[in-house]
Design a protein around this ligand. Structure first.
Ligand code: SF4
Length: 386
């Protein structure tokens, strides 16, 4: 790893390694990526999916991805839209785009083999120090440390460090502690043991110290400080944003538009939407949205329903207006204004004045698995019984 392994007085490192690894071997959960521990691609996939997502949610996605893209070359060849579609519902879609870009880089620069080396791994899009350490140690037995939120909490408690867990100085120190603890052999098991301990016993609230294999080495346990360590972090501020959404029906289908490739829900498909500007009423945003739709599209005057979604730093409210397509009444609006494949003429649907036209399509419920859709759009579709 390049960094020095100083060691820290007060920690019985051999005892910690021995007890943690014995406990991990005895109690580890049977997870699909643990059945493929020597497989760099499977570990890459698992680590991308596990970033900010619960294990139970990831299991099904991991299996579907491996079944659809069994090798890194299959993933690299895939269209990013198909990757986003398969990722639908897992959230944090930037991970899916980074995963796809990383697969391409692995094929182009590493002959289709996930690198073993932490520095090479960290040059892949979306791979930070933690992810690189996890892949290198679990897939290849490379001696590398990991430090995520779970591991940081365990280390802070072992050392009885009562500090702000987000402090950069503390993070640096914890990385050094993690590096000093990694054994030379079976380091993947050791790292997974630390992560497993943080996820299952050394929880943020009410840690199960009585079952913990490290209770004899734990400073916080000895000093009765487990309730104080780590300190609650400062809450990130949450911004409220609103959108108006057009649910335009045409028979069994709804009109969908693709979001731009940057920003919120980048590249995903949604019901056409327009942000409500600060100080503006949803009605004014609805009028703007109406102007961007085809002349033949009608839109209700008031919203039929709304839903609020909590994202990491945003609370998003969606006001849903119902709409339809008027039958062709004159030669000015011939039905052939829709192309045969159901595409809306792109030049008629712009995200905002001066922006590029966005692709639009009519989709029916059976089409949804083939396109990437955010959880927020899924929530709207559920409200519409679509
Ligand atoms: S003894 Fe308790 S606080 Fe210490 S590492 Fe184990 S579970 Fe965490």
């Amino acid at each position: 790893m390049g960094a020095s392994f100083h060691g820290f007085p007060g920690l019985d490192r051999p005892a910690i390694r021995r007890r943690l690894m014995a406990w991990y071997r005895r109690t580890r959960r049977d997870l699909p990526w643990r059945r493929r521990e020597g497989d760099g691609y499977a570990q890459l996939l698992a680590e991308f999916m596990l970033q900010q997502t619960q294990v139970a949610t990831v299991v099904g996605y991991f299996e579907r991805f491996l079944s659809r893209f069994p090798a890194v070359t299959d993933l690299a060849r895939a269209d990013v839209g198909d990757v986003l579609a398969l990722w639908s519902g897992l959230g944090y879609y930037r991970r899916a785009r980074n995963l796809h870009a990383a697969a391409r880089q692995i094929v182009e620069e590493h002959e289709g083999v996930v690198p073993r080396d932490v520095k090479a791994l960290m040059r892949l899009p979306g791979v930070g120090r933690y992810t690189a350490g996890a892949i290198a140690s679990i897939a290849y037995g490379t001696r590398a440390a990991v430090l995520d939120g779970n591991v940081a909490r365990v280390l802070m408690r072992l050392l009885a460090i009562d500090d702000d867990p987000k402090s950069p100085v503390l993070r640096q120190r914890l990385w050094q502690v993690a590096e000093s603890l990694v054994p030379t052999r079976r380091c993947g098991d050791f790292n997974q043991g630390l992560m497993e301990l943080g996820a299952t016993l050394c929880r943020p609230n009410s840690p199960a110290c009585v079952q913990c294999p490290l209770r004899r080495e734990c400073g916080a346990h000895a000093l009765g400080l487990t309730g104080r360590i780590p300190r609650p972090g400062r809450r990130a501020s949450v911004r409220s944003v609103e959108f108006v959404v057009a649910a335009i029906r045409r028979g069994r289908r709804l009109l969908f538009a693709r979001r731009p490739l940057t920003g919120l829900w980048a590249g995903l498909w949604e019901l056409p939407s327009e942000p409500v500007r600060p100080g503006e009423s949803p009605r004014a945003a609805r009028d703007r949205l109406r102007k961007r739709l085809l002349a033949s599209c009608r839109l209700s005057v008031t919203p039929a329903t709304h839903t609020t979604r909590q994202l990491t730093h945003r609370r998003v409210t969606l006001h849903v207006y119902m709409g339809g397509v008027a039958p062709p009444a004159s030669t000015h609006q011939p039905r052939r204004s829709f192309a045969r494949d159901g595409r809306l003429p792109a030049k008629r649907f712009r995200r905002s004045a001066g922006s590029s036209p966005c692709p639009a399509r009519w989709l029916e419920p059976s089409d949804l698995p083939s396109v990437g859709i955010s959880r927020a759009t899924h929530a709207v579709l559920k409200l519409l019984s679509f």
